[in-house]
Design a protein around this ligand. Structure first.
Ligand code: M6R
Length: 603
């Protein structure tokens, strides 16, 4: 995911573009750049790092000009660097472009253009768009854009400028969002409404394969046959604040809602033709007899779920380990161990140290990371990426769900390679993972029920989470989510452990959240529920089974039935929503909980 912004108007373009990009930074923040037309040439400034780095550059050396485009990047092809930042110019510096999306056939196009003598200056898929446009250009930018769009496959929101037609920006989209803002004496193009809201509330939403031509005097719209089409501006009534979160009150909620798409994209990335497939293929050649999954916080919880998948499907001894412990324990690992490092940010200090420790001991290292080009992604021998896009809320939700998908896919592949499951069984499991996005959408239909129940719990002093085996692993994530955003003390226990001490903490109306989605263990968890009810607890019972407790102390949330290994992907959504509403009822700062940071880069 990236953010793009363009401005054609009377005043200085750079400050307007920069301000718009700031409001799009949630879409990507590993590098940023702008291209402004200034009397016969493009002034291009691009910098790796947060937008503030670009801002600093522009303060030192302002770029004059009243028309230009900008981009804030979330790397997919090519690591974050100055050269890979957008906008990209064609090799004759005649055409400038900024792109959000993925050009799926970029390799073929790159080879074709290289064969024509075109020299590329970045590792991105996007640069082919600029080079192709220059290659096709013969005096009409609109026709060139249509030709480029017909040649590229994949998804895009694109903006183009050309030195020979310096008064216009041309914008077009397919699958990625793009809006055009219209004001008196200026037009704007952006990935999202907040980027332009301080300038205009008159917005045209582009549909796929519609083309907009923007000048300071207005915008004209065309279909792919270059016939003019009428587009009516809509008036936006949102406040600035709500607009940046897509209308939701918090990024965390927005990110919870994005999970069906994230699961789909991450699954696709691990399938034939997907972006993670080459690394997964390379992993097939590795030989090891033990697996360690090493991570911190929620990523460790994802690893704990993954452990069950590896052990149950592959029958390989697997442990989940906290990076902060692993790094100092002189762990028993060697060249026959596969160490899987899991991290959203790729910058967690303990997980980086664990990666280096594992490598020093000769283990094979595989990173599952969300941020392209991050330290862990670079240090590990192999890296596969979750397709969560930028996660802004400190409490992880969508990145966690994406981590589960890659762990499942790794376990299925390995089990098949080891002959533990046949091709058909593996295919059936992948097909079942494919049903998860639909089930998550179904769970969103339960939001009101969860909200109402959460409203009865926000005064709790302590909340316990229980489950057995893989349900216990996901109970740990439920407990972490609740405590980090609601500040309510919480612990997760393996259901069978309760009687060894913790049950003494149960008092009248203590809330116990019980997760029971493993059929084979359901009777055991039901007994635990009975035990805590008889000591006065009230219970939130999350189950995919049929049991109904005859007690008004139990509130049941049903989740769709899937194989027990994949049930955590559904349980976690219910748990996230529960935590969210408890914290919302308490009036907590949900996106930025006290004392926490999104990326923990210190010990
Ligand atoms: O970036 P990472 O995944 O390595 O971060 C690990 C933990 O710091 C992180 O999961 C933390 O526990 C989250 N706040 C949980 O929501």
């Amino acid at each position: 995911m990236c953010g793009i912004m363009g401005f054609a108007g009377g005043g200085e373009a750079a400050p307007v573009i920069l301000d718009g990009l700031k409001r799009l930074e949630y879409r990507g923040y590993d590098s940023a750049g702008i291209a402004v037309y200034d009397g016969g040439r493009f002034c291009v400034v691009k910098r790796k790092g947060r937008l503030s780095v670009l801002e600093g550059e522009l303060q030192k050396a302002p770029v004059p000009g009243s028309i230009g485009i900008g981009h804030t990047r979330w790397a997919t092809h090519g690591e974050p660097s100055d050269a890979n930042s957008h906008p990209h110019l064609g090799s004759m510096s005649r055409i400038a472009i900024a792109h959000n999306g993925i050009v799926e056939n970029y390799k073929a196009l790159r080879e074709y253009l290289a064969g024509k003598g075109v020299a590329f200056s970045s590792d991105t898929d996007s640069e082919v768009v600029a080079q192709l446009a220059e290659h096709y250009y013969s005096g009409n930018l609109l026709e060139t854009v249509a030709k480029v769009i017909n040649a590229i496959e994949g998804s895009f929101a694109l903006e183009f400028m050309c030195l020979d037609e310096p008064d216009k920006i041309i914008a077009v989209k397919k699958y990625n969002p793009l809006i055009v803002g219209i004001a008196s004496g200026a037009t704007y193009v952006a990935s999202d409404v907040p980027a332009i809201l301080r300038h205009t509330r008159q917005v045209v939403y582009l549909a796929d394969r519609e083309i907009a031509v923007l000048t300071r005097d207005g915008a004209a719209f065309y279909n792919m046959d270059l016939e003019p089409i009428q587009k009516r501006p809509e008036t936006i009534s949102w406040s600035m604040d709500s607009a940046e979160k897509g209308g939701y009150e918090h990024f965390m909620y927005k990110e919870i809602m994005e999970q069906p798409r994230v699961i789909e994209d991450t699954l696709k990335s691990a399938m034939p033709g997907g972006s993670n497939e080459p690394v997964l293929d390379a992993l097939d050649a590795l030989r090891f007899d033990r697996i360690k999954i090493v991570a911190c916080g929620s990523a460790y919880n994802a690893g704990s779920v993954g452990r069950y998948a590896f052990e149950s499907l592959c029958r390989i001894p697997t442990e989940a380990d906290l990076a902060s412990e692993f790094r100092y324990r002189d762990a028993l690992i060697d060249e026959n161990t596969l160490v899987i490092l899991v991290s959203q940010s790729g910058e967690t200090a303990d997980t980086i140290a664990a990666t280096l420790e594992a490598k020093a001991k000769g283990a094979k290292t595989l990173a599952i990371v969300n941020v392209v080009g991050s330290t862990i992604a670079k240090e590990a021998d192999y890296t596969i990426y979750t397709m969560a896009g930028p996660e802004i809320a400190v409490a992880t939700t969508k990145a966690f769900s994406a981590q589960l998908i890659l762990l499942y896919m790794l376990a299925i592949r390995l089990a098949h390679r080891l002959g533990r499951i046949g091709r058909e069984e593996a295919g059936a499991m992948v097909a079942e993972i494919g049903t998860l996005p639909g089930h998550v959408r179904g769970i969103f239909g339960e939001v009101e029920k969860i909200q109402h129940y959460a409203a009865t719990c926000f005064n709790s002093k302590s909340i316990f989470f229980i489950g057995r085996n893989i349900d216990y692993a996901i109970a740990m994530e439920g407990s972490l989510k609740l405590k980090e955003i609601s500040y309510i003390h919480s612990e997760a226990y393996a259901g069978g452990e309760l009687k060894h001490g913790t049950i003494s903490l149960i008092e009248d109306n203590t809330l116990v959240v019980a997760i029971s989605c493993c059929d084979r263990l359901a009777p055991k968890t039901e007994s635990n529920v009975e035990q805590v009810i008889s000591r006065g607890a009230k219970v939130l019972y999350i189950t995919s089974g049929g049991i109904a407790f005859g007690s008004d102390k139990v509130f049941t949330l049903r989740e769709p039935r899937v194989g027990e290994l994949f049930a955590p992907s559904l349980s976690v959504v219910l748990l996230q929503l529960f935590s969210y509403y408890v914290a919302a009822n308490k009036g907590c700062d949900i996106d930025k909980p006290r004392n926490l940071a999104k990326s923990v880069t210190v010990e």
